[in-house]
Design a protein around this ligand. Structure first.
Ligand SMILES: [Zn+2]
Length: 349
């Protein structure tokens, strides 16, 4: 059967308005690669984009949704030599320009001209030349596509932990038990620190413990200061959690404000504590090609048990209903999005 000229893709048209549509099937130009998606992942950031209809960096509706995923190369453009049809790869969702002042200083997550890629919730994905050149990675043999797809979230945490390295024997507090908070728990426990996790979903306590948390507390029962935390990771992305993070650090402690807030949200600082108790406040955003590759390497070494995070599988066609549920706070940690319809063989097409 000849390949049809359209494919199925999830397009966000506005806040909470996601539709699965026929869109033009992309054809790779020079330097570009097309993937047949094997596994894309949902996550907290996607739910946030779905709810808001936009993301501070990745764009605004109408936009194709999905920015974590892996697949098989099924077409390559002119001049592509590093990849061939049939290669299993995981694509990052960005690539820095490499030439701006931020890139020249090595701060590639702050690139002035970052190229962003969304649209992983689709039968196929066109990977732009810059990402092919810098941030498209072969999947190690034997590693499942859905596990490799965790590289994106893990890369943000690996980069964040470069920002606030943990020292063996310290006490760390992680606020938020979403996928990012839980990966922080894993990274910190691997560094030999005592980890307390604070979250709102009781069903995630066992997962937090399995990933290395020593203590798990419900947010409502948690008292700031009780953790005596040398290092606090805010991974909930709310103003309330930012406030809790800054109040929970011990004197001389470090705080990594990891979850991004909406533009309108404000957080008060306590100048007395900041100065006299020498708090170090920092943040980390996104990842770099270096951290993405490092995260994929860790996943290939079995650093994370994927089943702890990948709680569901959902068909591309069922994504609008999935986000209705996830947006109401009843979604899984992460779901693996697959497409039963294969290029040109969709039932009824
Ligand atoms: Zn740049």
């Amino acid at each position: 059967m000849p390949e049809s000229s359209t494919m199925r893709a999830a397009i966000l048209h506005g806040p909470a308005d996601l539709r699965i549509e026929d869109v033009a099937r992309p054809v790779p130009g020079p330097g570009e690669v097309r993937l047949r998606m094997e596994a894309a992942l949902t996550g907290g950031t996607n739910t946030k984009i779905w709810r808001r209809g936009s993301h501070a960096r990745m764009g605004r509706a109408p936009m194709p949704l999905g920015h974590e995923g892996a697949g098989v190369v099924d077409a390559v453009g002119e001049g592509v030599t590093r990849f061939a049809i049939g290669d299993r790869v995981v694509s990052a969702n960005s690539a820095p320009c490499g030439a701006c002042p931020a890139c020249e200083r090595g701060l590639t997550a702050q690139c002035d001209d970052m190229l962003w890629l969304t649209g992983f919730f689709a039968e196929q994905l066109l990977v732009p030349a810059r990402i092919v050149a810098q941030n498209l990675h072969p999947i190690p043999p034997g590693l499942a596509a859905e596990t490799a797809a965790l590289s994106e979230v893990l890369a943000t945490v690996v980069k964040g932990s470069d920002r606030t390295p943990a020292r063996r024997g310290e006490r760390a507090l992680v606020i938020g038990t979403g996928p990012l908070g839980l990966l922080w728990v894993r990274v910190l426990s691997a560094s030999g620190v005592h980890v307390t996790a604070v979250g709102r979903r009781p069903e995630r306590e066992a997962t937090a413990r399995a990933l290395g948390a020593d203590v798990v507390e419900h947010a409502d029962a948690f008292t700031p200061g009780a953790a005596h935390a040398d290092l606090v990771i805010e991974a909930a992305g709310t103003a309330q959690a930012w406030d809790l993070a800054m109040r929970s650090a011990s004197a001389g402690g470090r705080v990594n404000l990891f979850g991004g807030l909406r533009e309108a949200e404000d957080v008060a600082l306590d100048p007395r504590r900041l100065h006299y108790e020498e708090l170090l406040l920092t943040a980390s955003f996104h990842h770099t090609p270096y951290h993405f590759a490092d995260a994929l390497r860790l996943l290939g070494e079995g650093f994370v048990t994927p089943a702890l995070l990948l709680e569901e599988q959902v068909d591309l066609e069922d994504l609008p209903a999935f986000f209705d549920r996830a947006g109401a706070g009843a979604g899984p940690l992460k779901a693996v999005v697959t497409s039963a319809s294969r290029s040109g063989h969709r039932a009824g097409a």
